[in-house]
Design a protein around this ligand. Structure first.
Ligand code: ADP
Length: 258
C-alpha cells in the first residue's frame, strides 16, 4: 500500500472542540481535525497539551465543553465498538491472560466456550498464543501490553484509540510493538488514533501527524507522512524519515515560541 491510494472517506470531523475542566483548566480550545477511514493518525505534543483529553472526547469518555464531534456513520453515532489501549496495560492480576482478553466479550454476555476461538485468534494476532493460561505477573511489560492490545481487538473494533501505549517500554520492545501494530493495522484496516510524545514514533507509524501545542491545547498543524508501507529498519535510517521528523519538530517549535 502507498500513500497514492485513493483518498479515504471521512470518519470523524472535529470542529471547534474545546474542553475546560472543572476548576478552570482550559485543556483544549478550537480544535479542528478530520480523521478518515483507515487512517493512522498520531497526536503529538508536549505533556499537558490536551492529547489525552482529545482522545477521551473522541472515545466518548468525557464530553467536550464546546464544539462538535461528528461521526460520518449511519445515524451520526460513534461506532458501537471503539477499542481503547492505555499506557498502563490495566490487566486484572488475578485472572489468566485468556480471562483478561475475554473481559469485553464476557461483558456482552458471550459464553466462554463460544468466545474461545475468538480469544485464541486475538492472542495469536499479538503473538501470545502460547500464553493463554499465564498470569500477568509472569509476563514482561511488552507482553502485558500485547495482552492489552489483544483485549482491545477481540471485538474487532473498526476504530482503535491508543494513549501512549508503549511509552513505558524499553526502546527495543517499543520498536517491535510498533512494527507489530503496523502489521496489524495494514491487515485489519482499522482507523487508529495514536497519542505519543515521541516525534520518532509518530513519524514511523503514521499517515498523518497532528502536531499539538499547549496553553491552550490546540492543533498547530499537520504533517503528512507519505512514506510507503511496509515500513522497517531501512525506513528508520532513511533521509525521508529524518526529513519528516524534522518537519514535525519544526511544527512543534512553532507552538512553544513566546
Ligand atoms: P496530555 O495528554 O497532552 O499530557 P492532558 O489531556 O492529559 O494532556 O491534559 C491537558 C490539561 O488538562 C493539563 O493541564 C492537565 O493538567 C489538565 N487535566 C487533564 N485531566 C484533567 C482533569 N480530569 N481535571 C482537571 N484537569 C485535567
Amino acid at each position: 500500500m502507498t500513500s497514492a491510494d485513493a483518498p479515504r472517506p471521512p470518519l470523524l470531523t472535529l470542529t471547534g472542540v474545546a474542553k475546560t475542566y472543572e476548576g478552570g483548566t482550559v485543556a483544549l480550545s478550537g480544535v479542528d481535525a478530520e480523521i478518515r477511514r483507515g487512517d493512522f493518525v498520531s497526536l503529538v505534543g508536549p505533556s499537558g497539551c490536551g492529547k489525552s483529553t482529545l482522545l477521551r472526547i473522541v472515545a466518548g469518555l468525557i464530553a467536550a465543553s464546546a464544539g462538535q464531534v461528528r461521526w460520518h456513520t449511519a445515524g451520526g453515532a460513534r461506532p458501537a465498538d471503539v477499542g481503547f489501549v492505555f499506557q498502563d496495560a490495566t490487566l486484572m492480576p488475578w485472572a489468566s491472560v485468556l480471562d483478561n482478553v475475554y473481559l469485553p466479550l464476557k461483558l456482552r454476555g458471550v459464553a466462554l466456550d463460544k468466545a474461545k476461538p475468538q480469544l485464541m485468534d486475538a492472542l495469536a494476532r499479538v503473538g501470545l498464543a502460547d500464553f493463554a493460561e499465564a498470569f500477568p505477573r509472569e509476563l514482561s511489560g511488552g507482553m502485558k501490553m500485547r495482552v492489552s492490545l489483544a483485549r482491545a481487538l477481540v471485538t474487532d473494533p473498526p476504530v482503535l484509540l491508543m494513549d501512549e501505549p508503549f511509552a513505558a517500554l524499553d526502546e527495543f520492545t517499543r520498536e517491535k510493538l510498533d512494527d507489530d501494530l503496523l502489521d496489524l493495522w495494514r491487515s485489519q484496516r482499522w482507523t487508529v488514533i495514536f497519542v505519543t510524545h515521541s516525534i520518532y514514533e509518530s513519524v514511523y507509524l503514521s499517515e498523518r501527524v497532528l502536531v499539538m501545542g499547549a496553553r491552550p491545547g490546540r492543533v498547530l498543524g499537520e504533517v503528512a507522512i507519505g512514506a510507503p508501507h511496509p515500513r522497517d529498519a531501512v525506513f528508520r535510517r532513511s533521509h525521508d524519515y529524518a526529513d519528516h521528523c524534522a518537519a514535525v519538530s519544526a511544527a512543534l517549535r512553532e507552538g512553544v515560541r513566546p
